[in-house]
Structures are given as C-alpha cells and as structure tokens.
Design a protein around this ligand. Structure first.
Ligand SMILES: [Zn+2]
Length: 174
C-alpha cells in the first residue's frame, strides 16, 4: 500500500458524502409531520479495512409549526452528537462481548484492523449502553451520494478533516 502523504500527522482517507434528507419526519416533541426547511452538516468516523473513512453527513433540519420548534433529522446509522458511526460501536462491543478483549486493548485492536481508535472510556460507555438495550442499525450505503479521497489530519488534541473543494459542498473546517 502506497501512502504518499504518510507522516505522523497526515494520512490519506476516503470521504463518503452521505445525504440523509427526508422531506418529512415526525416532530421529536409532538410526533406530527414536520417539513424540511434547511440542511446541516455532521462529520463521523467509520471503520474501514484499508484507510480511515470519514463520513460527511448532510442531515435535514425540520420545523414543527404547532411546537414552534426546529430539530435535525436523526440518521439511524449515527447516534445523536456522536462522531463514531454505529458500525464502530458494534465492532467495539463485539471485541469485548464476543472476542473477550479487555477494555484497554480494544482501541488498539480497532486501530490495527479498522483505522479507528476510540478511547477506553468511550468503549466502556458503549458497552454499558449496549447492556441497557441500545439498538444498532448501522447501514448507511443507501444514502451515499459521493465518494472521494481526502487527507485526514490528526494530532494529540483533536482530529480535523481537510476536504478537497467540491461544488455544492461547503466543507468543514477544523
Ligand atoms: Zn411538534
């Protein structure tokens, strides 16, 4: 495998643009249909066998007029406010519950096999959530609208993404 940008801090990655933009979703307060009025962007990290995979997710923003309330559509493959996809969560939980790995070694296993390294604290939280019955619905392929290459910049304190300019895509700074 060639890695032209390889260094400690920069690595090539695959970027998948995913659009989750239903025209109508039930209001998260009253349950009535609320129409799409805007689009917001989210970023997520997914597992991949060959290189880091970053999801650039566009989600619809909806307005419920009875509630005077704006909210974002919630994609099934990405938990609210999460940066790792549900596929990452599933792999981490399986490493503990099926393969019997210790919590502290799961991050290293995932880094070696799938290019993601959630912290031990996050993995413990996921496993606790799993035992209290979170459901995992992790397929997002049907919503992929584009795939292209990019550069992932990683340092000790944060992860940010350097995206190539794409028409119609506003990009996500660090
Ligand atoms: Zn409502």
């Amino acid at each position: 495998m060639t890695q032209p940008y390889h260094s400690l801090n920069y690595t090539p990655c695959q970027i998948r643009q995913v659009d989750f933009l239903p025209p109508l979703v039930p209001c998260d307060r009253c349950g009535q249909d609320a129409r799409r009025v805007d689009v917001a962007t989210r970023t997520a990290i997914d597992i991949d066998l060959d290189h880091p995979a970053v999801l650039a997710v566009r989600v619809s923003v909806h307005y419920c007029s009875p509630c005077h309330h704006y909210f974002r559509a919630q994609p099934p493959f990405l938990r609210r406010d999460a940066i790792f996809t549900r596929r990452v969560v599933r792999k981490a939980i399986e490493a503990v519950s099926v393969d019997g790995l210790a919590f502290r070694t799961v991050g290293q296993r995932l880094a070696r096999d799938f290019w993601v390294q959630p912290s031990e604290a996050i993995i413990r939280r996921w496993c606790r959530g799993y035992h209290t019955g979170i459901t995992l619905d992790d397929a997002y392929q049907e919503w992929i609208v584009a795939e292209f290459s990019g550069i992932l910049c990683v340092d000790e304190l944060y992860v940010r993404f350097v995206l190539p300019k794409r028409p119609g895509w506003s990009g996500m700074g660090g």
